[in-house]
Design a binder for this molecule. Structure first.
Ligand SMILES: [Fe+2]
Ligand SMILES: [Fe+2]
Length: 250
């Protein structure tokens, strides 16, 4: 499992090897495509933009507790990537004469949830929920359009988001290392519940764009849960026994 130093180095390297977005192509979203995906894309653009002040504070507190200063550096670079997503999506929307949305109801709910308890675990647990959905969503949007600019942009965001999910899931794993089996079951059930709700809300509010990208309700459901299982595989029987405290030799 990479540590925070490896993640910091990864983010630095990633920032210097981005795909070229062919902005020179100009406004290439057709009217049909715009009608199907513009509102949806606006909402995702609003969700990508955040100063990350609270997250940085939680990361700083974690670093103080553990001495892991590299985690703060990695989180800073992670936030910068999310801000790049917001900036690039905003540029694409503006290029196509689509006005930006500053926030949406779902975005406000998610921001509240992230800071509900004021802990790093809750904050990145909620964040990774949105990022797993983003992994399915941007793949669908890429298929919903022939816009060269948007397709390339989706490709870049997907490359980044896959790593974001790994980054958050690994950090959650560290934060939950010593949790008992019961504590872990409660935690994971809360996470399932949050994810379940998010999958449905995103389907209900973005189904037009998702359908245009070729996924029906069942396909969306299946893809989202495949994403969840990949990020948070169920523990093996051996790991489950260890969590029960039955497999210790000393
Ligand atoms: Fe993002
Ligand atoms: Fe992300």
């Amino acid at each position: 499992m990479p540590g925070s130093l490896e993640w910091r180095l990864y983010y630095e390297q990633n920032a210097s090897s981005l795909l070229d977005i062919p902005w020179q192509v100009g406004a290439d979203l057709t009217r049909d495509e715009g009608a199907a995906i513009a509102q949806s894309l606006k909402a995702f653009q609003a969700g990508e933009g955040s100063e990350g002040k609270h997250l940085l504070r939680y990361a700083g507190e974690y670093a103080k507790r553990t001495g892991d200063q590299e985690y703060v550096a990695a989180i800073r670079l992670f936030i910068a990537e999310e801000q790049r997503h917001a900036r690039d999506l905003g540029r694409f929307l503006t290029l196509n004469a689509i006005p930006l949305a500053h926030t949406t109801f779902t975005d406000r709910v998610f921001r509240r949830l992230r800071n509900l308890i004021g802990s790093l675990e809750v904050s990145i647990g909620v964040l990774v929920t949105a990022e797993m959905i983003a992994n399915v969503y941007y793949a669908v949007v890429r298929e919903a359009t022939r816009s060269i600019v948007l397709r390339r942009l989706c490709e870049q965001i997907l490359r980044d988001e896959v790593r974001h999910v790994q980054f958050q899931a690994e950090q959650l794993g560290k934060l939950r290392t010593d949790r008992s089996w019961v504590g872990m079951a409660v935690t994971m059930n809360l996470h399932y519940f949050l994810y379940l709700g998010t999958v449905w809300v995103v389907w209900l509010t973005h189904c037009r764009a998702i359908r245009r990208g070729g996924l029906g309700c069942f396909g969306w459901w299946k893809s989202c849960w495949a994403e969840f299982r990949e990020a948070f595989p169920s523990p093996s029987p051996h790991q489950a026994i260890r969590r029960l405290g039955l497999g210790r030799t000393s």
